[in-house]
Design a protein around this ligand. Structure first.
Ligand SMILES: Nc1ncnc2c1ncn2[C@@H]1O[C@H](COP(=O)(O)OP(=O)(O)OP(=O)(O)O)[C@@H](O)[C@H]1O
Length: 776
């Protein structure tokens, strides 16, 4: 008789599924069927061991992965089981906090801040502190905040009213940080980092709560365990202490989030932490041809921090991997376009079978240019995310204003559409709100008679909110959204705007709400809906099920598979990223190599790598093929386009110069030149903090200078012949303001986006601050 849960599993997968007790770790290579093993295991525990599904926690990394797993588990055991504990870390924390947040005297309807809300707070704080992007960018400060939260005892300040200890070295960021925390406190608002920290705090400080959850969660499964951070691992480890059934599955070779705190050590050293751990290796690859796997295996072998394993496959040999080298960007991307046409013609493939990967968002522009020219339909995957789109955020903010009355929604909507309420109005209102310890909305309600506030726009806004509050009592969420659109004037605004996409997106939102109402068999709780929606940051519905070539960063492609994959911009300084190497040296090179490995192992049938000559604005050097290309044996791929011996030689020299012959670019005693403070001497190299301590002669003081600061140049006693860093900055500025050859086309990316940081998957492709204007 056929067994849907266990059939089609290979022996190692079967072992992973049936080893349900104790500490278990599965090292699962790319394409080895991790999802299959995890979902079958969940189904096995429920269906064959008789454990209630609400006693099994299965945490994954993205909403997408969680949805996929739920779907597959339901297909195995039917619709009747509660699979809500198949979720992301953040999803689990929201669920937990809804039940337990009262332990820290927060209300159940706490607010979750998404990236847009965080920017709203920062805009306010920057205005209050009179800061602009010259001093600090949103990106920098958000990184600072996240880092502080993971290393400092900020909860004592948030929850126990301890005083704030500013970080001396970074006092401006510290000031912003404190104000950010104050605004969070006042609004009972949690950002993503807080979700994890608050949960851990409540568990750590309430033994009865901890025991309750520990007793409930008999089995815990963790997907993508190599990407778990300290806090995330602490959470699942703590929760598993009573029943001691903790199952980790992951692939250390696919760790690509070390830069934001992933600790692959938890997976690699799990057996030392828990003696008696059972280890299962899944190295049978079902996805790729041997030709593709050969390239992947070969590259990743160069890493030193890993569990050694070669992926094997029984798939047919397939065609050879191709490397194309173009004389310039256009040649590279036009070759990709022509190859896509060829695939369509000869392989019986659709556009949607083809994916183009790149290291950073800005690289898509050239590619798009070529695809448009060649009439090839494409979609950017994970570009501007659905729930971050302006119109969607507007509607959701209004919804939140009605049910929660929070300041962030108020700030977004009080003058949108325009009601003639300006900066002065807001200043006065903020002042009164602070004095009277009220929210902005309450302050307006209480002080509408004040002569500076008593404006028609303000009175209209108050009556609109009051009106909608009444509507909220008797309407479903989908109807309420339609009413909001009508009464607020947003519908009218989008219609006049002429951007049909906005109205289409709103329709999409309404129909997703209707679907939820149908699934729920009744009304949807608006507060819970808003909390859950805030977690959906990586969702992009539009690109699914369309016959278009997909473009995405390698980070976004993780966990996905495609028949035909092009890796474009395979250039030294891009992949591996020069910026990451400067920041984190050898660790970065290994992580960049893992990125390359992730890219290769997405491909099922064919894999192409392309690069081109020209100038790289990020490194300030000419472009040469990536060092990783030279790590692949030449017989493992075919080359199209000519790579001259000079280029070959220069590529190796560039790789060596980017890595630096020593561990850091400078050592103690080196003379350096700074664009502002001029000449100095390196006193010490602080590898812990990734900075040099430099004594600058003119000011006669020491300053900590980041390893990543690229305008710190070597200096000698005679400087006559070298371009000084300040001159270099001028050249750079010149290049930035040079006419953009693609100005007419596509996005609003300015040339400055070549300076974007290394988390391209989290950037919407836009800079935080462009040409002195706040981002929209
Ligand atoms: N035992 C099996 N027999 C046949 N096909 C399988 C088996 N296990 C997995 N597969 C197929 O192999 C492919 C890869 O599986 P899956 O996506 O679960 O891999 P993964 O381990 O999550 O990969 P990655 O870590 O690279 O994202 C899927 O198409 C899946 O259906």
């Amino acid at each position: 008789m056929s067994d849907p849960i266990l059939e089609n599993l290979n022996p190692n997968q079967l072992q992973a599924v049936k080893t349900t007790e104790g500490y278990v770790r599965v090292i699962a290579g790319a394409g080895s069927g991790k999802t299959k093993a995890l979902t079958s295991r969940f189904a096995y525990i429920v269906d064959r061991l008789g454990i209630n599904s609400s006693n099994i926690l299965c945490v994954t990394f993205t909403n997408k992965a969680a949805q996929e797993m739920k779907k597959r588990v339901k297909a195995l055991i039917g619709d009747l089981y509660d699979v809500s504990f198949i979720t992301t870390y953040h999803g689990f924390c929201v669920r937990f906090l809804r039940e337990e947040i009262n332990k820290i005297h927060y209300p159940k309807n706490f607010i979750i801040l998404d990236a847009e809300d965080q920017k709203t707070i920062l805009r306010e704080v920057f205005t209050e502190l009179d800061i602009n992007s010259k001093n600090l960018t949103f990106k920098q400060v958000l990184r600072f905040i996240s880092k502080q939260k993971s290393t400092s005892d900020y909860l004592a300040y948030m929850l126990e009213n301890k005083s704030f200890t500013p970080d001396q070295k970074d006092s401006l960021s510290s000031q912003v940080y404190q104000k950010y925390l104050d605004k969070q406190k006042r609004n009972y608002a949690l950002d993503f980092d807080d979700l994890i920290h608050f949960t851990a705090f409540i568990l750590d400080s309430n033994p009865d709560v901890l025991l309750k959850w520990q007793q409930m969660l008999h089995y815990i499964q963790v997907d993508e365990a190599q990407d778990s951070s300290d806090n995330q691992f602490h959470l699942v480890e703590m929760l598993s202490r009573v029943h001691q059934n903790l199952f980790l599955v992951g692939d250390p070779d696919q760790t690509i989030y070390e830069w934001r705190g992933a600790k692959p050590e938890y997976l690699v050293e799990f057996d030392q932490m828990f003696p008696g751990t059972k280890t299962i290796i899944m190295n049978q690859n079902y996805r790729s041809t041997p030709n593709i796997l050969k390239v992947g295996n070969h590259i990743i072998k160069n890493n030193t921090v890993r569990v050694d394993k070669d992926m094997v496959t029984d798939n047919p040999e397939g065609v050879e991997v191709v490397h194309f080298h173009g004389k310039n960007d256009f040649e590279e991307t036009l070759w990709v376009a022509s190859e896509i046409k060829e695939i369509l013609k000869t392989e019986n493939a659709a556009y949607s079978d083809i994916t183009i990967l790149y290291r950073s968002n800005h690289l898509s522009r050239n590619i798009e240019q070529a695809l448009i020219k060649e009439n090839i339909p494409y979609a950017i995957f994970g570009g501007v995310r659905f729930f971050e789109r302006r119109e969607i955020k507007d509607v959701l903010s209004f919804l939140r204003l009605i049910v929660q009355g929070d300041n962030f929604s108020f700030l977004r909507m009080f003058n949108h559409p325009a009601r003639g309420l300006g900066k002065k109005f807001l200043e006065k209102l903020s002042l009164l709100a602070n004095e009277q310890n009220l929210s902005l909305l309450q302050a307006l309600q209480n002080n509408i008679e004040d002569k500076e506030l008593n404006k028609k726009g303000a009175a209209d806004f108050l009556s609109l909110v009051a009106d909608l509050k009444i509507d909220a009592q008797s309407n479903s969420i989908s109807d309420l959204v339609k009413i909001i659109l009508d009464k607020s004037g947003l519908s009218e605004l989008y219609r006049k705007d002429g951007d049909d996409d906005r109205l289409e997106n709103i329709k999409e939102l309404v129909s997703s709400m209707m679907l939820l109402e149908k699934e729920n068999n009744g009304p949807v709780n608006i507060v819970e809906y808003l909390q859950e929606i805030a977690l959906y940051t990586d969702m992009d519905k539009d690109t699914e099920n369309q016959d278009k070539v997909r473009l995405m960063t390698i980070h976004i492609s993780k966990g996905l598979e495609f028949p035909y994959v092009f890796l474009c911009g395979f250039t030294e300084g891009v992949l591996p990223s020069a910026l990451s190497i400067k920041e984190r040296r050898k660790r970065a090179i290994e992580e960049e190599r893992r990125l390359m490995y992730v890219a290769v192992t997405r491909a099922e049938k064919r894999f192409y790598m392309t690069d081109s000559e020209g100038f790289n604005f990020t490194t300030g050097l000419n472009k040469y093929p990536s060092r990783f290309l030279f790590e692949i044996k030449e017989e493992f791929y075919v080359r199209k386009g000519k790579l001259s011996p000079e280029i070959l030689q220069a590529s190796q020299a560039t790789a060596a110069s980017l890595s630096g012959s020593s561990d850091t670019a400078f050592k103690a005693g080196d003379l350096v030149m700074h664009p502002v403070w001029n000449k100095g001497k390196v006193q010490a190299v602080d590898r812990e903090k990734n900075q040099y301590i430099v004594h600058f002669f003119e000011m006669d003081r020491e300053k900590p200078i980041d390893f990543a600061f690229r305008f710190l140049e070597p200096a000698s006693d005679s400087e006559e012949n070298s371009v000084s860093p300040s001159e270099f900055l001028n050249i750079h500025e010149g290049l930035k303001s040079a006419p953009d050859p693609f100005a007419e086309s596509l996005h609003s990316n300015t040339p400055s986006d070549i300076f974007e940081d290394e988390n391209p998957d989290h950037s919407s492709g836009k800079n935080d601050f462009i040409d002195g204007k706040w981002p929209e």
